[in-house]
Design a protein around this ligand. Structure first.
Ligand SMILES: [Cu+2]
Length: 126
């Protein structure tokens, strides 16, 4: 193997590695982690053309506040349904909706979706 072949193999490995890194970066954007402040955990979700992040990891059995932020949201992601909480509401087009989840309710997988079921997110209480 001569030096130019070694070099080109090295470069292509770098390119592949860079692509994988970029791919993993955009993938991590799809999930998030709850933040804990003074014994309460906060799950922040943005509703606009769907929900972001789609998957949020949270601690089970902890009082939780789900904060759903809208910002010029006129699509159906503003029509929020959380079946486990029997929650259903049309959010205002811009603002933050705070939804309390008790420590008893903070168990397992909690799904939220738009009223038509085309957009969804889920909180994984672990
Ligand atoms: Cu929808």
């Amino acid at each position: 193997m001569n030096k130019s072949i070694i070099l080109s193999v090295g470069i292509s490995l770098l390119v592949i590695g860079g692509g994988l890194w970029l791919g993993s970066q955009s993938f991590t954007g799809a999930s998030g982690v709850a933040t804990v402040v003074g014994g309460t955990q906060f799950v922040d979700i943005t509703a606009k053309g769907g929900y972001k992040p789609r998957i949020i990891i949270a601690t089970a059995g902890m009082p939780t506040v789900l904060r759903v932020k809208t910002s010029g949201t006129f699509d159906c992601s503003s029509s929020l349904v959380i079946p486990k909480l029997s929650y259903q509401k049309f959010l205002q087009s811009s603002g933050t909706e705070e939804i309390s989840i008790s420590s008893e309710q903070a168990q397992g997988t909690m799904q939220g979706l738009c009223s038509m079921g085309m957009y969804n997110f889920r909180i994984e209480f672990q």
